[in-house]
Design a protein around this ligand. Structure first.
Ligand code: A2P
Length: 268
Protein backbone atom coordinates (compact mmCIF):
# COMPACT_ATOMS: atom_id res chain seq x y z
CA UNK A 1 0.00 0.00 0.00
CA UNK A 2 1.68 3.27 -1.06
CA UNK A 3 2.61 5.28 2.03
CA UNK A 4 0.85 8.49 0.99
CA UNK A 5 -2.65 8.52 -0.39
CA UNK A 6 -4.40 11.26 -2.30
CA UNK A 7 -7.57 12.38 -0.53
CA UNK A 8 -10.54 13.45 -2.65
CA UNK A 9 -13.06 14.42 0.02
CA UNK A 10 -14.70 17.69 -1.08
CA UNK A 11 -13.21 17.45 -4.57
CA UNK A 12 -16.28 18.17 -6.70
CA UNK A 13 -17.41 15.64 -9.26
CA UNK A 14 -16.50 16.72 -12.80
CA UNK A 15 -13.45 18.74 -13.76
CA UNK A 16 -12.26 19.39 -10.22
CA UNK A 17 -12.01 15.77 -9.09
CA UNK A 18 -10.88 14.60 -12.54
CA UNK A 19 -8.08 17.14 -12.91
CA UNK A 20 -6.84 16.80 -9.34
CA UNK A 21 -6.59 13.01 -9.54
CA UNK A 22 -4.82 13.33 -12.91
CA UNK A 23 -2.40 15.85 -11.38
CA UNK A 24 -1.78 13.59 -8.38
CA UNK A 25 -1.02 10.59 -10.56
CA UNK A 26 1.28 12.73 -12.72
CA UNK A 27 3.45 13.76 -9.78
CA UNK A 28 3.72 10.25 -8.37
CA UNK A 29 0.83 9.48 -6.01
CA UNK A 30 -0.25 5.87 -6.50
CA UNK A 31 -2.96 5.66 -3.90
CA UNK A 32 -6.28 7.41 -4.49
CA UNK A 33 -8.91 7.59 -1.78
CA UNK A 34 -12.54 8.21 -2.63
CA UNK A 35 -15.96 7.22 -1.27
CA UNK A 36 -19.51 6.81 -2.43
CA UNK A 37 -20.42 9.70 -0.13
CA UNK A 38 -18.00 12.07 -1.91
CA UNK A 39 -20.14 11.80 -5.07
CA UNK A 40 -17.02 11.88 -7.23
CA UNK A 41 -16.32 8.22 -8.00
CA UNK A 42 -17.13 8.68 -11.70
CA UNK A 43 -14.60 11.45 -12.19
CA UNK A 44 -12.00 9.73 -10.01
CA UNK A 45 -12.38 6.50 -11.99
CA UNK A 46 -12.21 8.33 -15.31
CA UNK A 47 -8.99 10.09 -14.25
CA UNK A 48 -7.47 6.75 -13.23
CA UNK A 49 -8.44 5.12 -16.52
CA UNK A 50 -7.25 8.10 -18.59
CA UNK A 51 -3.93 8.41 -16.73
CA UNK A 52 -2.16 5.83 -18.87
CA UNK A 53 -0.75 4.26 -15.71
CA UNK A 54 -1.29 0.50 -15.54
CA UNK A 55 -4.22 -0.28 -13.25
CA UNK A 56 -2.16 -2.63 -11.10
CA UNK A 57 0.19 0.23 -10.16
CA UNK A 58 -2.61 2.28 -8.60
CA UNK A 59 -4.14 1.54 -5.20
CA UNK A 60 -7.77 2.62 -5.16
CA UNK A 61 -9.85 2.89 -2.01
CA UNK A 62 -13.58 3.58 -1.80
CA UNK A 63 -16.12 3.34 0.99
CA UNK A 64 -19.59 2.06 1.83
CA UNK A 65 -21.83 4.95 2.74
CA UNK A 66 -24.11 5.24 5.77
CA UNK A 67 -27.42 4.64 4.03
CA UNK A 68 -26.49 1.00 3.39
CA UNK A 69 -27.66 -0.95 6.39
CA UNK A 70 -28.08 -4.56 5.29
CA UNK A 71 -26.18 -7.35 3.60
CA UNK A 72 -28.20 -6.90 0.37
CA UNK A 73 -27.68 -3.11 0.37
CA UNK A 74 -23.95 -3.55 0.79
CA UNK A 75 -23.72 -6.13 -1.98
CA UNK A 76 -25.41 -3.72 -4.38
CA UNK A 77 -23.36 -0.76 -3.13
CA UNK A 78 -20.08 -2.51 -3.90
CA UNK A 79 -21.17 -3.29 -7.46
CA UNK A 80 -22.50 0.25 -7.91
CA UNK A 81 -19.18 1.78 -6.77
CA UNK A 82 -17.25 -0.43 -9.17
CA UNK A 83 -19.60 0.59 -11.96
CA UNK A 84 -19.24 4.31 -11.23
CA UNK A 85 -15.47 3.97 -11.00
CA UNK A 86 -15.41 1.92 -14.20
CA UNK A 87 -13.09 -0.60 -12.53
CA UNK A 88 -13.22 -4.40 -12.14
CA UNK A 89 -11.93 -4.24 -8.59
CA UNK A 90 -10.85 -1.81 -5.90
CA UNK A 91 -7.75 -2.34 -3.80
CA UNK A 92 -9.54 -1.50 -0.60
CA UNK A 93 -13.14 -1.10 0.48
CA UNK A 94 -14.07 0.43 3.83
CA UNK A 95 -17.13 0.80 6.02
CA UNK A 96 -17.18 4.60 6.07
CA UNK A 97 -18.74 5.11 9.53
CA UNK A 98 -19.46 2.59 12.29
CA UNK A 99 -22.67 4.06 13.65
CA UNK A 100 -24.93 5.67 11.02
CA UNK A 101 -27.73 7.80 12.36
CA UNK A 102 -30.33 5.42 10.93
CA UNK A 103 -28.72 2.37 12.54
CA UNK A 104 -28.00 3.78 15.97
CA UNK A 105 -30.00 1.13 17.81
CA UNK A 106 -28.57 -1.77 15.81
CA UNK A 107 -25.19 -0.65 14.50
CA UNK A 108 -23.41 -3.87 15.57
CA UNK A 109 -25.80 -5.97 13.52
CA UNK A 110 -25.52 -3.53 10.61
CA UNK A 111 -21.72 -3.63 10.62
CA UNK A 112 -21.64 -7.42 10.85
CA UNK A 113 -24.03 -7.71 7.89
CA UNK A 114 -22.39 -5.21 5.57
CA UNK A 115 -19.00 -6.67 6.43
CA UNK A 116 -20.23 -10.13 5.40
CA UNK A 117 -21.09 -8.71 1.97
CA UNK A 118 -17.61 -7.15 1.84
CA UNK A 119 -16.00 -10.50 2.68
CA UNK A 120 -17.93 -12.14 -0.15
CA UNK A 121 -16.75 -9.45 -2.55
CA UNK A 122 -13.22 -10.00 -1.24
CA UNK A 123 -13.40 -13.73 -1.97
CA UNK A 124 -14.87 -12.93 -5.40
CA UNK A 125 -11.90 -10.65 -6.17
CA UNK A 126 -13.96 -7.45 -6.41
CA UNK A 127 -12.19 -5.90 -3.44
CA UNK A 128 -8.59 -6.77 -2.72
CA UNK A 129 -8.59 -5.80 0.94
CA UNK A 130 -11.09 -4.76 3.58
CA UNK A 131 -10.95 -1.94 6.07
CA UNK A 132 -13.03 0.33 8.25
CA UNK A 133 -13.12 4.03 8.90
CA UNK A 134 -13.90 6.17 11.93
CA UNK A 135 -14.11 3.05 14.12
CA UNK A 136 -13.40 3.36 17.84
CA UNK A 137 -12.24 0.35 19.89
CA UNK A 138 -15.78 -0.57 21.00
CA UNK A 139 -16.95 -0.70 17.36
CA UNK A 140 -13.97 -2.80 16.37
CA UNK A 141 -14.31 -5.15 19.34
CA UNK A 142 -17.89 -5.95 18.36
CA UNK A 143 -16.99 -6.39 14.70
CA UNK A 144 -13.96 -8.61 15.33
CA UNK A 145 -16.28 -11.17 16.96
CA UNK A 146 -18.30 -11.70 13.79
CA UNK A 147 -15.83 -11.66 10.92
CA UNK A 148 -13.57 -14.04 8.97
CA UNK A 149 -11.22 -11.56 7.30
CA UNK A 150 -9.59 -9.05 9.63
CA UNK A 151 -9.71 -5.39 8.60
CA UNK A 152 -6.34 -4.27 7.24
CA UNK A 153 -6.84 -0.60 8.02
CA UNK A 154 -8.81 1.85 10.11
CA UNK A 155 -9.00 5.24 8.41
CA UNK A 156 -9.48 7.94 11.02
CA UNK A 157 -8.95 11.66 11.56
CA UNK A 158 -5.37 12.06 12.79
CA UNK A 159 -3.47 15.32 12.86
CA UNK A 160 -1.21 16.93 15.46
CA UNK A 161 -4.36 18.66 16.72
CA UNK A 162 -6.02 15.33 17.60
CA UNK A 163 -3.99 12.13 17.57
CA UNK A 164 -6.77 9.85 18.88
CA UNK A 165 -4.30 7.86 21.03
CA UNK A 166 -6.79 5.23 22.24
CA UNK A 167 -7.93 4.38 18.73
CA UNK A 168 -4.37 4.30 17.40
CA UNK A 169 -3.22 2.05 20.28
CA UNK A 170 -6.08 -0.36 19.61
CA UNK A 171 -5.24 -0.43 15.89
CA UNK A 172 -1.59 -1.14 16.69
CA UNK A 173 -2.43 -3.90 19.15
CA UNK A 174 -4.54 -5.62 16.48
CA UNK A 175 -2.08 -5.03 13.66
CA UNK A 176 -4.50 -2.70 11.85
CA UNK A 177 -2.83 0.13 9.95
CA UNK A 178 -3.90 3.66 10.93
CA UNK A 179 -4.68 5.67 7.82
CA UNK A 180 -4.80 9.38 8.62
CA UNK A 181 -7.41 11.51 6.92
CA UNK A 182 -7.27 15.29 7.30
CA UNK A 183 -3.51 15.19 8.04
CA UNK A 184 -3.50 18.97 7.55
CA UNK A 185 -6.36 19.39 10.01
CA UNK A 186 -8.55 20.18 6.95
CA UNK A 187 -6.13 23.05 6.32
CA UNK A 188 -6.56 24.63 9.77
CA UNK A 189 -3.13 23.47 11.00
CA UNK A 190 -1.32 25.35 8.29
CA UNK A 191 -1.72 28.77 9.86
CA UNK A 192 0.07 27.72 13.05
CA UNK A 193 3.40 29.38 13.70
CA UNK A 194 5.10 26.23 14.95
CA UNK A 195 4.69 24.43 11.61
CA UNK A 196 6.11 27.43 9.82
CA UNK A 197 9.04 27.63 12.20
CA UNK A 198 9.89 23.95 11.79
CA UNK A 199 9.43 24.17 8.02
CA UNK A 200 11.93 27.04 7.74
CA UNK A 201 14.64 24.81 9.23
CA UNK A 202 14.22 22.22 6.48
CA UNK A 203 13.27 24.62 3.71
CA UNK A 204 9.84 23.02 3.64
CA UNK A 205 6.28 24.31 3.75
CA UNK A 206 3.96 23.78 6.76
CA UNK A 207 1.89 21.15 4.89
CA UNK A 208 5.04 19.16 4.13
CA UNK A 209 5.99 19.25 7.81
CA UNK A 210 2.55 17.98 8.84
CA UNK A 211 2.68 15.15 6.29
CA UNK A 212 6.19 14.20 7.37
CA UNK A 213 5.05 14.22 11.01
CA UNK A 214 2.33 11.74 10.05
CA UNK A 215 4.75 9.44 8.20
CA UNK A 216 7.20 9.49 11.09
CA UNK A 217 4.48 8.32 13.47
CA UNK A 218 3.78 5.38 11.16
CA UNK A 219 0.40 6.65 9.96
CA UNK A 220 -0.54 6.67 6.31
CA UNK A 221 -1.60 10.25 5.50
CA UNK A 222 -4.19 11.21 2.88
CA UNK A 223 -3.63 14.92 2.14
CA UNK A 224 -6.34 16.46 -0.01
CA UNK A 225 -5.90 19.30 -2.46
CA UNK A 226 -7.47 20.41 -5.71
CA UNK A 227 -4.59 22.71 -6.61
CA UNK A 228 -1.83 21.30 -8.85
CA UNK A 229 1.07 23.01 -7.11
CA UNK A 230 -0.17 22.07 -3.63
CA UNK A 231 -0.78 18.48 -4.81
CA UNK A 232 2.83 18.38 -5.91
CA UNK A 233 4.11 20.07 -2.74
CA UNK A 234 2.33 17.53 -0.53
CA UNK A 235 4.10 14.64 -2.24
CA UNK A 236 7.56 16.23 -2.01
CA UNK A 237 8.26 14.93 1.48
CA UNK A 238 10.76 12.13 0.97
CA UNK A 239 13.98 14.15 1.18
CA UNK A 240 13.92 15.21 4.83
CA UNK A 241 13.30 13.81 8.29
CA UNK A 242 12.08 15.70 11.34
CA UNK A 243 14.29 15.75 14.45
CA UNK A 244 12.97 14.39 17.77
CA UNK A 245 12.70 17.94 19.13
CA UNK A 246 10.66 19.09 16.15
CA UNK A 247 8.33 16.11 16.44
CA UNK A 248 7.88 16.96 20.11
CA UNK A 249 7.08 20.56 19.26
CA UNK A 250 4.49 19.46 16.70
CA UNK A 251 3.03 16.96 19.17
CA UNK A 252 2.31 19.93 21.43
CA UNK A 253 -0.20 21.37 18.93
CA UNK A 254 -2.96 19.25 20.44
CA UNK A 255 -6.32 20.99 20.29
CA UNK A 256 -5.02 23.91 18.21
CA UNK A 257 -6.78 23.05 14.95
CA UNK A 258 -9.90 21.02 15.57
CA UNK A 259 -10.86 17.56 16.71
CA UNK A 260 -11.87 14.21 15.26
CA UNK A 261 -15.63 13.77 14.89
CA UNK A 262 -17.33 11.50 17.43
CA UNK A 263 -18.71 8.61 15.33
CA UNK A 264 -21.45 7.78 17.84
CA UNK A 265 -22.93 11.28 17.59
CA UNK A 266 -22.49 12.33 13.97
CA UNK A 267 -25.74 13.36 12.34
CA UNK A 268 -25.27 11.29 9.16
P1 A2P B 1 -6.92 23.13 -1.61
O1 A2P B 1 -7.70 21.92 -2.05
O2 A2P B 1 -7.44 24.41 -2.15
O3 A2P B 1 -5.42 22.95 -1.81
P2 A2P B 1 -6.77 17.90 4.74
O4 A2P B 1 -5.96 17.09 3.80
O5 A2P B 1 -6.25 17.92 6.15
O6 A2P B 1 -8.24 17.54 4.72
O7 A2P B 1 -6.67 19.43 4.27
C1 A2P B 1 -7.24 19.84 3.06
C2 A2P B 1 -7.32 21.35 3.02
O8 A2P B 1 -5.99 21.90 3.06
C3 A2P B 1 -7.96 21.85 1.77
O9 A2P B 1 -8.70 23.00 2.11
C4 A2P B 1 -6.78 22.21 0.87
O10 A2P B 1 -7.13 23.26 -0.01
C5 A2P B 1 -5.75 22.66 1.86
N1 A2P B 1 -4.36 22.33 1.42
C6 A2P B 1 -3.94 21.14 0.95
N2 A2P B 1 -2.62 21.16 0.71
C7 A2P B 1 -2.20 22.39 1.03
C8 A2P B 1 -0.93 23.03 0.99
N3 A2P B 1 0.15 22.39 0.58
N4 A2P B 1 -0.86 24.34 1.39
C9 A2P B 1 -1.96 24.99 1.80
N5 A2P B 1 -3.19 24.45 1.87
C10 A2P B 1 -3.32 23.15 1.49
Amino acid sequence: MPVIGFGTWQAKDGEEAYESVKAALRVGYRHIDTAEAYHNEESVGRAIRDSGIPREEIFVTTKLTNTHLTYEDAKQAIDASLKRLGLDYVDQYLIHWPNPINARTFYKKRNAEVYRAMEEAYFAGKIRSIGVSNFHPHHLKALLKTIKVKPATNQIYVSPSDTQPKVVAFNEKHNILTVAYSPLGTGRLLGLNELNQVGTKYNKRPAQVAIRWSLEHGYLPLPKSTNASRISENFDVFDFKLSKEDIKLINSLKGKAGKAPDPDHVIW
